[in-house]
Design a protein. Sequence first.
Length: 271
Amino acid sequence: MRNSGLYYDSAFLTKEDSLRLQSWLSSLHPIWEQRYSKNRPPPPGESQRSLLRPVYWLGNWQFACLDYYRPPKGVLHRCVKAEPYPPVLERLVNKMEKITRQVFRSKDIPVGWKLNTCLINFYGSHEKDGKWVDVARVGEHKDFEPGPVASLSLGERAIFQFVKSQGRGRPSQVVFQQWLDDGSLQIFGGERYKNHLFHRVQRVEKKKGCYFPLHINTFKTRRINFTFRFVPEKHILPFRDFPAVLKEDLSPYLKELAKTSSFFASELKNN
Ligand SMILES: O=C(O)CCC(=O)C(=O)O
């Protein structure tokens, strides 16, 4: 029988692929994004803030200040064409897509679905005013890209929870939780896990002493998570096709990325 929306394999990644991934990750320069921008200022009652963790996107980059991809209304000018997957990820993604088609019901897999988008989250401690602060968590949210999402984890274990919102001021109710191990693959989709419930990372352990040497200043990374998602190609546009006001907001990020990425250097040049 096809599953009802949740799949977990604690040992998806081989040692060799984990080392290949870590070697590739050490070439990246993740960035810190701000939640808002000049042309998309904070709404009343909110203030400008940095995301809790550095990130990197592949396939397309959904900048926080563009408010991510939120169909049906928020689909235009949300996804900036980004770097393709490196060969090791391309191969792993093919495997994840195959597993998804085998174990998920076809009604939960949209037409044209493929895992063409990846958000890489870096979890750890951040040095602020001379003190190390643990910021290894993600608040409850939904991923709005259509169809199943696949999540690959490296490093320390994280407790991942699906929760039901209980309304304003009341703590959410945990419906199901799963420890995400080093090298594990989780796939979730369907009405319950993807559309109805929220999910969050409550905390990341420190038991194994994992530490990833990466190009991120004032940050010690002990867990890395890749979430692979689907965005229809028609909603992914190159930077040059964005409206001038959004280009103004995104330019500082593109310039920072272009310092170490030939892809983004060329996107800026062709602008
Ligand atoms: O780090 C994780 O396991 C989950 C990340 C997540 O919730 C997300 O990228 O939307």
